[in-house]
Design a protein around this ligand. Structure first.
Ligand code: GRF
Length: 190
């Protein structure tokens, strides 16, 4: 189960890896569905084109975070997934939601945690004068962008970098590292 909010390039990388590496046969795993909190997320059309089940749980149709998370959990549980993967899912989840999926809820964050949790990671890393940036795959816990680290990758920050050029460099590594971290998680728990 993959949750997205936008372009869905990490989701697409995971789907590609699952096919290329035959996760169904090797890991008894498949992408059960892709759920977005935004109806116009490009990733939803991408997933549909791949023949993957999709669902939209629109946050603005719910009066508060608890109600949204309850609807989201219902949509997830309809597929009874072993693992819930956040891939560019831009909503803060309630403690109740996190507890429900504890130990089987993964996130990718575009910084070398614990540095730069939250938003605008690339701009903040450049402004801080960092020489390297990167990404972190971690288990989700109640505290935002914390939780046990499963994988990281480092990229250089070049003198001419803008937040956009750095984001693109980090994103290409996300596409490599996230599928591998998920396959590792699946092989350790299957
Ligand atoms: C990625 O950089 C991810 O780490 C961040 O949002 C971006 C999502 O990109 N949380 P995409 O939707 O997977 O293309």
């Amino acid at each position: 189960m993959i949750l997205i909010s936008g372009g869905g390039s990490n989701m697409a990388a995971i789907v590609r890896a699952a096919e290329r590496e035959q996760w169904a046969r090797r890991l008894d795993a498949r992408v059960a569905a892709v759920i977005s909190n935004k109806a116009d997320a490009a990733g939803i059309a991408l997933a549909q084109a791949q023949g993957i089940a999709t669902d939209v749980v629109a946050h603005q149709h719910h009066p508060n975070r608890e109600a949204f998370d309850a609807a989201l959990a219902d949509a997830i549980d309809a597929h009874a997934p072993a693992l819930v993967v956040l891939a560019g899912f831009m909503r803060i989840l309630t403690p109740g939601f996190v507890a429900r999926y504890e130990g089987r809820l993964l996130n990718i964050h575009p910084s070398l945690l614990p540095a730069f949790p939250g938003l605008h990671t690339h701009r903040r890393a450049i402004e801080a004068g960092c020489k390297v940036a990167g990404l972190t795959v971690h288990q989700v816990t109640v505290e935002l962008d914390h939780g046990p680290i499963l994988a990281q990758a480092v990229v250089p920050i070049l003198p001419e970098d803008t937040p956009e050029t750095l984001a693109a460099r980090v994103l290409s590594q996300e596409h490599r590292v996230y599928p591998r971290a998920i396959a590792d998680w699946l092989s350790q728990t299957s």
